[in-house]
Design a binder for this molecule. Sequence first.
Ligand code: PGA
Length: 221
Amino acid sequence: MRYVIGNWKANKSEKEVMSWVERFAKIYRPTDGIEVVLCPPFVYLPILRKQIEEKEIKLSLGAQDISAYNDGSYTGEVTPRMLSTLTEYVLIGHSERRKHQNETDTLIAKKAQRAAKYRLKTIVCVQSTETPVPERAKFVAYEPIEAIGSNKPADPEEANSVIKHIKQSNKNLKAGIYGGSVNAENVSRFLSQPDIDGVLPGGASLDPLKFSQIIVNASEI
Ligand code: PGA
């Protein structure tokens, strides 16, 4: 199985979300062997879930973060129980959260543990071979900081050797994903590497056409 996981980050109005879905539904053709996941901001998960069901789009949803707490007195938090009926996947430890929200490896490990309790598939973002991978994580996304949003993707062979190393030292992992300036032109170079099982485009997932083109190119390898 190969994975194409779109990360919208903090982008789009509700109107823009609706027009993205309209267009995506028209151009996207699902392919066997490719799991497509979209990670929108929390607030759009319910409308996207509804749209996907109504339009019968073969698309999984993921959250961009999750609370380390269970339901209770934690103002502003979105808990694993709330997400468990809306999403299949959850991103944890994105470098932007580590930077802007001061997330630590300890907090990230706690989030991974809580997410696993609710059977959410956890994609832990790591920045190098030094970043700890929580035991319960099933997916790892290697995203070198300098490659994010810079149009300067990592060298596919180097990315492959980092992912290979991480997989070798974390036997519970199901898949290794690469993220950082992935687009329709370079996706095949990453996915043709033996240890890279998927890609995590950010900027390119905002446009339904570019996102679908990544999926098409991923399916042709
Ligand atoms: P980018 O973002 O594709 O825009 O570089 C990837 C990410 O940060 O997940």
